[in-house]
Design a binder for this molecule. Structure first.
Ligand SMILES: Cc1ncc(COP(=O)(O)O)c(C=O)c1O
Length: 644
């Protein structure tokens, strides 16, 4: 399926500030990490452009708000999901054609990546034409798979540790006309599965997870290798074959499974693992198991930073190369061992769903001290340390800026020590801090002209960074940024025809100093600040946090009791877009219920407090009425900050 990219008109650079939307695209890397799905239009707004359509994200957000929905809002684009299906299936289609491969491509969606019902429904619907199946790793996920899977050509893969209930349900699901593979993760599971299959008289479809020596690379590399907690080693695979032979059930072993981790950034790791897995396939086939599915697991990486490298937030390959290497590895081993081509299964989760979700947050205010506050008045008799700081600032030149930086830091440190010993006034301290900032501002101009910044000056941009306070919770919406410093593309959705002049970090509204996004994608390295525009009074400034469709929603937590955000599902139409679904965010009462508070219980406690205060006379009857009504209203409101 070929997709036409909308033609975006080029806007001429303004010769005065030499800034164009091409500069913005380059700065934020949108043409790299957002290739074919996001772009900047001639008005300087970000547009969703998958499938040749075009939706202006600034206008979309404005219109979402006009409907009475509050930010932050998570927007899921069906066009992008469709596009990702097409990218992955076209890649395998091409590889299969080029290798004259006889088997079929039968991918499954690992439900764990994003279990939300609306996503599972979309996956099942959009994946139907490709026979895209489902993968479950637990009992709840298995129930989702059984209930939602409809296609007898597609498969269900059951991974994860299993008990009798899990096994029975998977076996019985076969009676619904579904192809359900039970993948043996530990040898002990095999006996359980065989016993239950005999007891309920179902011929099981069996798979074995291979414990490969080849390892993935990156954050999740412990999912593979000899020490990984899943899978059977060579000796155990042999034992499984002996058991199956003894029980005359070797013909039920039809699938081999591997998974070397998520976000595998280096294609070499896949090549090595696929080769090892194919050799096991050759041997298991030689020993008599009719393997007709090879499942290479998940791990296809997302190029979050657009650098196309083996950096943890990137990938040095794309779906086409991945597909070609997998098909090539299986074809080669089949040729060498004269085996029929098995069907190829992949469990790509991240690569399928990450792109289609975007969080839109609003910057509420910024800490821009320089812009906001005038310098403090000079004390009548300024302290020596303040005089020294002012002299440093005045004396900064292209030749001495590094030395001046050291001197300014020393003066600031001296001032702090003096202050803590009671020898410096608050006015002097404020003057020194302002001077230090002025010095940094002057020095950074010199540093920016250098090809390489000396190590001790590299942190200057962070010192000068503004903090933009945004209405979101990092812990709820982008937990991997907090937990493992994973990078996600972030950029303003509008004003991209204007040069951004602030460098900022994005603080959330939790009461946790960790709730700050302070690492951003960069082509060569990691940026510690994000270029943004100064906020304008009365004009909303929307910032998009992109590619968050995989894992973030389900790993998110209720830190400070900020709950799920509002979600809207959007599809393009010929002339614009439609909002297919709106899913309200958690209300205050809903998050309170997660932590075992009940409405009646909390209302009763309030009433007691109010009555006590009325008796004491510290609250009037009118005030008690206002407080009670407000309390009741708040229980049903959103957990995030409401617009006035
Ligand atoms: C067994 C298995 N399959 C598939 C996946 C999905 O991986 P990814 O989202 O990286 O494609 C995982 C996640 O780690 C997994 O454990």
């Amino acid at each position: 399926m070929s997709e036409k990219r909308p033609r975006l008109q080029k806007r001429k650079s303004n010769p005065l500030d030499r800034w164009s939307i091409e500069d913005a695209a380059d700065l934020y890397g949108v043409d790299r990490w957002g290739k074919d799905i996001f772009a900047i239009d001639e008005n300087g707004n970000v547009v969703m452009c998958a499938g040749g359509k075009r939706i202006d994200l600034k206008s979309l957000t404005d219109e979402i708000r006009l409907r009475g929905l509050e930010l932050p809002v998570l927007i899921r684009f069906r066009d992008i999901l469709r596009h990702r299906f097409s990218v992955i299936h076209s890649a395998f289609g091409k590889a299969i054609e080029e290798h004259a491969y006889q088997g079929s491509f039968r991918p499954v969606y690992p439900i764990k990546v994003n279990q939300h019902r609306h996503i599972v429904e979309d996956i099942v619907t959009l994946g139907a034409e490709f026979h895209h199946g489902l993968e479950a790793g637990s009992k709840p996920e298995l129930l989702i798979a059984i209930a939602y899977h409809r296609d007898p050509e597609a498969i269900i893969v059951c991974n994860g540790f299993k008990d009798r209930e899990y096994v029975d349900s998977a076996l019985l699901a076969q009676r619904l006309g579904q192809k359900v593979f039970l993948v043996v993760e530990k040898l002990a599971e095999l006996g359980l599965i065989l016993d239950r299959a005999r007891a309920i008289k179902v011929e099981p479809l069996l798979g074995v997870r291979m414990k490969l020596s080849s390892r993935g690379r990156g954050q999740w590399e412990s999912s593979s290798g000899d020490k990984s907690k899943f899978g059977l080693q060579a000796r155990e695979i042999l034992e499984a074959i002996f058991i199956l032979r003894r029980r005359r059930m070797l013909d039920r072993l039809q699938l081999l499974h591997m998974h070397i981790g998520s976000q595998i950034t280096d294609i070499q790791r896949f090549k090595q693992a696929a080769r090892e897995a194919c050799c096991i396939f050759r041997e298991v086939s030689r020993l008599g198991a009719p393997i007709n599915y090879i499942d290479v697991g998940g791990g296809m990486a997302v190029d979050y930073d657009g650098s196309r490298t083996n950096f943890p937030s990137s990938a040095n390959y794309g779906p086409e190369e991945y597909a070609a290497d997998i098909v090539d590895a299986v074809t080669n081993v089949c040729r060498e061992a004269s085996l029929p081509h098995p069907n190829i299964v992949i469990e790509a989760g991240r690569a399928l769903v990450a792109h289609h979700s975007l969080l839109v947050v609003e910057a509420l205010s910024s800490s821009d001290i320089e812009n906001g506050l005038a310098p403090p008045p000079m004390p009548k008799k300024p302290h020596e340390v303040l005089v020294r700081m002012n002299e440093i600032v005045e004396g900064i030149t292209a030749k001495n800026f590094q030395e001046a930086y050291h001197d300014a830091k020393q003066a600031r440190q001296d001032a702090l020590t003096l202050f803590n010993h009671g020898h410096l006034s608050l006015e002097d301290r404020a003057g020194v801090e302002t001077g230090f900032r002025a010095a940094c501002n002057r020095i950074v101009r010199h540093v920016r002209r250098l090809d390489y910044a000396p190590d001790d000056l590299a942190g200057l941009e962070s010192i000068l960074a503004s903090t933009y306070f945004c209405n979101y919770s990092l812990f709820q919406s982008i937990p991997d940024h907090w937990a493992i410093k994973q990078l996600f593309p972030v950029m303003p959705l509008c004003r991209l025809d204007e040069k951004p002049t602030a460098n900022a970090v994005l603080a959330d509204i939790t009461c946790d100093s960790d709730g700050v996004m302070d690492q951003f994608v960069d082509l060569r390295d990691v940026r510690h600040t994000l270029p943004l525009h100064p906020l304008k009074k009365g004009e909303p400034y929307y910032i998009g946090i992109f590619l968050i469709g995989a894992y973030q929603e389900i790993l998110g937590d209720l830190h400070n009791l900020f709950g799920d955000t509002t979600v809207v599902h959007v599809s393009s139409t010929d002339g614009g877009y439609v909002i297919d679904k709106t899913i309200g965010g958690d209300t205050v009462m809903e998050v309170l219920a997660y932590v075992q508070f009940t409405r009646d219980g909390i209302n009763a406690k309030l009433r007691d407090r109010v009555e006590e205060a009325l008796r004491r006379g510290s609250l009037t009857l009118d005030q008690s009425a206002v407080l009670t009504r407000r309390f009741e209203r708040m229980l049903d409101s959103d957990t995030y900050l409401a617009a006035d």
